[in-house]
Design a protein around this ligand. Structure first.
Ligand code: EPU
Length: 354
């Protein structure tokens, strides 16, 4: 356990914002977490993972907590469906790498997403047609209000697009995820429907429409003997082409959510229907924010040390390495205003503002 006062958070957020918190607590076990004297810690409390989806907008007056609970326990490797219990502090991609090495399907499309397992379960991380909520069977938490252990089934977690029970205003900050139960499978089940995956694997024929996955359009896999590792390698190649490596260039991944609009609104956004889009089962249409931002001419736009990433304009980067929260917020506002003016759509940040 490590407790430090007036702690510099720049190494604890991938945006590399230089802000301070009044107190920093890092614990290794659930016992240590339960044993903390919460009444004495500066408030409010904020639990973070790898800080890969956060924007600290100023110094934090309370206590920031971080888990180092790191274990990966395969409950029964002999089963077709393999349940795995994972500590909240495990780096998500280390978990994915290991399951792919074991030949287990399920997490491979979520390769190279920065962050830790606990935060992944809160944020319902997703990419290339898969969301982590699809794989989760349960989440174990410490309830800061009742000061006791609680378990949530997948249904209770109320997963939606980058959303969960843990993000609802009435529960926000109440539950600290300590471990997550995921279910992977030995059953051959590659998910190749998202644009670009087949190409990256050298498989002919592209299924699906532009922006996201549609399982009903999955075409027969003409190879039939892919491994999770091969799919992981392809996903890593795709991501490396488009997204900045947080080690080299500070960012928090997609800065905005992809907006969901009605058919009528979409017809207004794109009268000839040529804009990339994805028809949702409920009749609504998801339009890539990256496309709108691109159309507004914001690629490469700069505010102080912050910039819109050239290769993927959904990402704001800490271009100079010394961007301030104000720079990022100014750029965010410029983009929101620009997209609002041109398309009449309000973009909402995906990155959590603290
Ligand atoms: N596009 C442009 N111009 C560009 C780049 C993209 O017009 O310069 C358009 C293209 O039509 C492209 C579309 O935007 O097809 C969508 O881009 P892409 O499929 O790469 O994904 P995204 O919608 O930008 C989402 C997630 C990513 C996830 C990818 C892949 C959100 C907010 N973002 O991005 O998640 O990796 O799909 O599944 O849902 C993250 O959450 O941090 C993240 C990176």
């Amino acid at each position: 356990m490590r407790i430090q006062l007036n702690y510099d958070l720049s190494a604890q957020n991938t945006f590399r914002m230089k802000v301070f918190c009044a107190c920093w607590v890092e614990y290794e076990t659930v016992k240590e977490l339960e044993g903390l004297n919460f009444d004495k810690l500066p408030k409010p409390l904020l639990h973070i993972g790898a800080g890969s989806n956060l924007l600290f907008t100023k110094d934090f007056p309370g206590t920031v907590l971080h888990s180092n609970i790191e274990f990966i326990k395969y409950i029964d490797m002999g089963l077709q469906e393999v349940p795995v219990m994972v500590g909240a502090g495990v780096l998500w991609d280390n978990f994915v790498a290991e399951t792919c090495r074991h030949g287990l399907w399920g997490a491979e499309n979520l390769s190279l997403i920065p962050g830790e397992v606990g935060a992944a379960a809160v944020q319902n991380i997703g990419a290339y047609g898969v969301e982590v909520g699809d794989l989760i069977s349960g989440v174990v938490c410490f309830d800061l209000q009742e000061r006791k252990k609680v378990r949530f089934s997948r249904a209770e977690c109320r997963y939606g697009y980058r959303d969960s029970l843990f993000k609802q205003p009435e529960f926000r900050g109440r539950y600290v995820v300590t471990s997550v139960l995921l279910r992977l499978t030995r059953q051959y089940s590659p998910r190749l429907e998202y644009k670009g995956i087949r190409e990256a694997l050298g498989i002919p024929g592209q299924a699906g429409n532009d922006a996201a996955a549609d399982p009903s359009r999955v075409m027969a896999d003409p190879i039939g003997h892919l491994t999770p590792q091969q799919v992981r390698d392809a996903i890593i190649r795709i991501r490396r082409q488009k997204l900045p490596d947080p080690e080299e260039l500070g960012s928090a991944g997609s800065f905005f959510k992809n907006p969901v609009v009605s058919r009528e609104e979409f017809a207004r956004i794109s009268p000839d229907g040529s804009a990339p889009h994805y028809d949702l089962p409920d009749g609504m249409v998801k339009v890539p924010a990256a496309w709108m931002i691109d159309r507004c001419g914001f690629k490469g736009a700069v505010e102080g040390g912050a910039a819109v990433y050239e290769k993927q304009p959904l990402v704001i980067v800490n271009q100079s390495g010394e961007a301030s929260p104000e720079d990022v917020l100014a750029l965010e506002q410029r983009i929101i205003n620009g997209v609002q003016e041109r398309f009449g759509v309000t973009l909402h940040p995906e990155v959590e503002h603290i």
